[in-house]
Design a protein around this ligand. Structure first.
Ligand code: ZN
Length: 68
């Protein structure tokens, strides 16, 4: 999916505050970025997704091998 064109405009105040959870997920590639939409001012924003590897909570993959 191709990311939409973006502007240099600063986000509207209602969007930054997001006090009433007014930002809603619209669409995106679900890996690197998403588009969120404000139901108050109807602006849309590209939001970069930061994937963090959680090694602290990693879970061991089940195998059929016998443990030595
Ligand atoms: Zn807004």
């Amino acid at each position: 999916m191709i990311q939409p064109e973006i502007t240099d405009e600063k986000p509207n105040k209602c969007c930054i505050d997001n006090t009433s959870n007014n930002l809603y997920y619209d669409y995106g590639d679900a890996v690197e970025w998403e588009v969120w939409h404000c139901i108050y001012c109807h602006e849309s924003y590209v939001v970069d997704i930061e994937i963090v590897r959680d090694f602290k909570n990693m879970k061991q993959v089940k195998t059929n091998e016998t443990k030595k």
